[in-house]
Design a protein around this ligand. Sequence first.
Ligand code: ARG
Length: 457
Amino acid sequence: MAQLWGGRFTKATDQMVYDFNASIGFDQKLFSQDVRGSRAHVKMLASVGVITEAEKDEILAGLDGIEADVESGKLEITSEYEDVHSFVEANLIDRIGDAGKKLHTGRSRNDQVALDMRLYTRDQVEKTADELRHLLGTILGIMEEHIDTIMPGFTHLQKAQPITLAHHMGAYFEMFKRDVLRLQDIRERMNYCPLGSGALAGTTYPLDRDMTAKLLDFYGPTANSMDGVSDRDYLIEFLSALCTIQMHLSRFSEEVIIWNSNEYRFVEIDDAYSTGSSIMPQKKNPDIAELVRGKTGRVYGALTSLLTTMKGIPLAYNKDMQEDKEMAFDAMETVQNCIVLFDGMLETMTFNKEVMAASAKNGFTNATDAADYLVNHGVPFRDAHGIIGQVVLYCIEKGIAIDDMSLEELKAISPAFDADIFDAISMETCVNKRLTVGAPGHDAMVQEIASCKAFLA
Ligand code: ARG
């Protein structure tokens, strides 16, 4: 048991209490952030004259040595230490003696852990945004290739109107684009440095908080020391953004699973991203998409957990806040893995254009356009709706598409039909006449693709 605070105690800590209280098992993830924060702190302590230049140099050299030894595996982070902060400080004192004992001047583990967690989260926010940008590039590639690939668009999972694969993909582009923007926004708001808040009430040393903030690439110091040590809003915001990303990935996964089913066959997932069955030799399962969908629960769990942990905590630091780490780390890693795997699955997936086109044609997705045709030929919309309803019923009985009817059959239902009906309800016409901003028509999609490209540039 290596603890930083034995002075006022007359008895050793009970072993179970020690284990329950310790965080080294998971906060060792913050090792490099902890060392980085300590470097900035001692540089500032020397610059304001709280320690000497020589002491600063000794401490910096000691920290370099600890970092090198941990990286090379020569020094192991073990449960002998209560937390990562104790690990670094105790090892520093072992190495350089008295100068090491000055590292913690004007600092508390409360502002230290607040800083470490913020530095770690900031890195993860950036990394997640980078991975999302890569996924957006993959989606954009599919949009460019499939600008004229016709497929049915659905509402209520019932075929509704014809769209293109580019248009469908474009919807996901917008979702993940908003996710990137959300992450940028979170980074902006969180980018203030809590170091120098002390335990809760700042400190009597003349700390230069602007200097440490600058050394650690923050915009500046946090404004209130009580808030500085006990704010985890940025983490809640990040977890909330991760939940939204995961929700988007889960919806997309659900579609891939449906499209990949034997009944739909719109897509085929690459062998490298599929798995087999131990008993059924014919099976090729979409496990990756299912797992991405399935992992959504644990990511939502992390957000719910932290919101619940924070809701009853009086100012300022309380040990409850140690619970901000494990599930958050898990959520960050889970979402990043899901983005990368989903991206790879999408990039290698084959789209069955003929199956999608036939599905659009045979699902009455042009029924709205057929009604619009009648409206353009003088029939009031409500009547046109009724006439096309009869046409659809006729087709269902015969097992054909509207396009397969003869002009005579159509005229028997309404004299308003003419020979130009067939062109008016072809899938190509149905799609390409939809030219409102954001619609699937070729020319509208050219515009949309250009703005997607501009976003990624
Ligand atoms: N392990 C603690 C945490 O994660 C570090 C801060 C400890 N502060 C304290 N006063 N015991 O929150």
